[in-house]
Design a protein around this ligand. Structure first.
Ligand code: PRT
Ligand code: ZN
Length: 283
């Protein structure tokens, strides 16, 4: 049995549960217990505050966990980062009142900076030899300058609208963060096997999200051009159409090249192009 720590409620909870569900790991947390066993996979989910997850994984209370990089690096625990999960993206930034003149980190000298991330902020300031006064508070950091508690803040930002509504501007990005899967460094063989199995499923879900299945009709004299554009998993599938001189081509295309590939396919006379989402993809 592998024990996974998941945020009890908050920004990472839904996405963490969704990821496990897409991996075929059904966790029924309807009545919000602290600990729930998955129905069809040797996994037990524990629900904690995100701040406690690095410590609990380090102490072996959970074997693995899902947490923001910001929390892991602030807590500075010696645990393994297994993979980035692609959600919970944000940045830890320093922001100052929008009318303050700011051109470089030197301008932070002598300021009082409110934050819940004193460890990461201190490291940033120390590396740049800046003397600022770190004022650690536990929440509502963005209002600190407005009420005269601090001159600047260091806090998480995603859209930037919280900074904007509080009359602040982002001046330094200290860390870019997203949710990650972390693990205790000393997992036994049985737990490692379960983790590998879970990772296989997670990768299948991740790869599928980045790829689309593509089908089209193409004149046979363009097949070579089209095949060179669409390497597929091994090579594209080509099936003759009943209309002579034409074939159906099927392949997989990465979302990053997607529109460029479509434009080129059109120039190679491809017709009736269908794009279909892929649910799971195992390479
Ligand atoms: O109760 P618990 O301690 O578990 O939760 P929490 O309140 O500490 O954390 P929670 O649920 O707010 O966030 C969990 C994780 O989500 C964080 O550790 C980050 O890794 C990630 N994340 C992603 C964010 C944001 N985006 C985010 N925007 N965490 C917080 N915010 C806050 C930020 O602090 C600020 O107040 O949102 C506000 C800014 O948002 P914008 O969109 O206005 O810029
Ligand atoms: Zn928290």
């Amino acid at each position: 049995m592998l024990k996974i720590a998941i945020q009890k409620s908050g920004r990472l909870h839904e996405n963490s549960m969704q990821l496990l569900k897409e991996c075929g790991v059904e966790i029924n947390n309807g009545n919000r217990q602290l600990k729930v066993s998955a129905l069809d996979f040797p996994l037990e989910a524990y629900f904690f505050r995100d701040d406690d997850i690095p410590q609990y994984v380090f102490d072996n209370i959970a074997d693995i966990g899902i947490v923001g990089e910001n929390v892991l690096y602030e807590k500075n625990k010696d645990i393994d980062v297994i993979s980035k999960l692609g959600f919970g993206r944000c940045r830890l930034s320093i922001a100052v009142p929008k009318n303050l003149n700011y051109s470089s980190p030197k301008d932070l000298n002598g300021l009082k900076i409110a934050t819940t991330y004193s460890g990461l902020l201190q490291k940033f300031l120390k590396e740049r030899e800046i003397q600022a006064d770190i004022h650690e508070i536990s929440g509502s950091v963005e209002i600190a300058p407005g009420i005269g508690l601090a001159d600047a803040i260091c806090d998480l930002v995603s859209s930037g609208s919280t900074l904007f509504t509080n009359g602040l501007k982002e001046v330094e990005v200290i860390l870019r963060s997203e949710a990650i899967l972390v693990a205790n460094k000393n997992l036994g063989e049985e737990k490692k096997k379960i983790l590998d199995n879970l990772l296989l499923r997670m990768n299948a879900v991740k790869t599928a999200k980045h790829n689309k299945y593509i089908m089209m009709n193409a004149p046979n004299h363009q097949l070579e051009n089209i095949t060179s554009l669409l390497p597929g998993m091994k090579s594209p599938t080509i099936v003759p159409l009943s209309q002579s001189g034409w074939s159906s081509v099927q392949s997989v295309v990465n979302e990053n090249d997607f529109w460029q590939v479509i434009e080129k396919l059109k120039s190679f006379e491809a017709e009736g192009i269908l794009i279909v989402p892929i649910e799971k993809m195992i390479l």
